[in-house]
Design a protein around this ligand. Structure first.
Ligand SMILES: [Zn+2]
Length: 331
């Protein structure tokens, strides 16, 4: 355990994942096979990018025994997540053929409302991880493990063929590699870095709104880091592109695993050195300066225009909250 808890990253959604990843044992296939078969091993299950939940009288459960997993249908890939003091944990990817999609009646709705079902298993729910975190229906460490499982299995689901020669690849090293037997290439799971940042100038910070956001919500600007960029240059470029605001110094504050499908959000504070905004309308519906006092009312849900802070599952919430309390790096 860390001495100074909680560090800023630990407050973000999907971040709590204290499993010992046990990486020294990943390259021992006989050991892994025995572990996967062991009756005390527990499983998380992902089907078409959604965690499988067992509906029980005491609420939804994310963990399955090996026997329960086998009864769900064909598991296409299995990965080792890690262990804690009591159990070892694997995650399994359900074959798409096991799952039936029921299109939602309200087509064109804001949220994805189609239902994924396993025929004959009304006790199993395949639920979007974002909905699970919003409902707080599972303990935080299980949400972290599900994010880990989802990112890794989503990568396997999308990398079945070698990007060098086109032949089929096979899972290796407990799920942390795919090997191509045809050309010998080894492929490793990706994590795509995204910078998310708050440009600040004295008592003001810069927030924007995408059209898909919930009504009234403003958040930190964000964008993918591109090849050849440092985190600092990506922050400066993204802010300039989206708002025309110029930035000088950049400081790291916290990060968040973002399993949609496999990103890491890198949260930064940026020192704005200009104030005239020009909004990039292809990205943003609005972008404006908010004073610290105004941000306080957004968190308190008392803002006169009904503006709201981002949801606590998002790192933007914690970045903004820490800046409001003067807990982020000062320029
Ligand atoms: Zn190949």
């Amino acid at each position: 355990m860390l001495k100074h808890r909680p560090e800023p990253s630990a407050l973000t959604g999907y971040a709590l994942n204290p499993l010992d990843r046990f990486s020294a044992k990943r390259d021992d296939p006989a050991f892994l096979a025995a572990l996967a078969q062991a009756p005390e091993t527990l499983w998380y299950v992902i089907g078409k990018d959604r965690p499988a939940l067992k509906i029980t009288e005491s609420g939804p459960q994310a963990l399955f025994t090996g026997e329960e997993v086998a009864a769900l249908g064909r598991i296409r890939e299995s990965v080792l997540l890690g262990r804690d003091d009591t159990h070892t944990y694997f995650a399994g990817l359900l074959d798409d053929g096991v799952i039936v999609t029921r299109e939602a009646a309200d087509e064109g709705a804001f949220v994805e409302t189609n239902q994924l079902v396993i025929p004959g298993r009304p006790d199993i729910l395949l639920k979007d991880l974002r909905a699970i975190i919003m409902e707080s229906s599972l303990p935080a460490h299980q949400i972290g493990a599900l994010g880990h499982a989802k990112s890794l299995l989503s990568w396997h689901a999308r990398h079945r063929f070698c990007s060098m020669c086109g032949a089929r690849t096979e899972l290796a090293s407990g799920g942390y590699r795919r090997d191509c037997k045809a050309c010998g290439a080894q492929h490793f799971p990706r994590t795509d870095p995204v910078v998310i940042m708050l440009a600040v100038r004295g008592e003001d910070c810069l927030l924007g709104r995408q059209p898909r956001f919930n009504k009234g919500m403003y958040s930190a600007l964000a964008g993918f880091l591109e090849p050849g960029e440092t985190i600092e240059s990506a922050v400066r470029r993204e802010i300039l592109e989206e708002s025309a605001i110029k930035v000088d110094r950049v400081a790291y504050h916290a990060s968040q695993p973002w399993p949609f499908p496999s990103s890491i959000m890198i949260g930064c504070i940026a020192e704005a050195v200009s104030s005239q905004i020009e909004i990039d309308r292809t990205e943003l519906e609005d972008c404006r300066w908010f004073s610290r006092t105004e941000v306080e009312t957004m968190f308190a849900r008392t803002h006169s225009a009904g503006f709201l802070a981002p949801n606590p599952a998002a790192i933007a919430h914690h970045l903004l909250y820490a800046w409001m309390r003067r807990e982020t790096p000062q320029f």
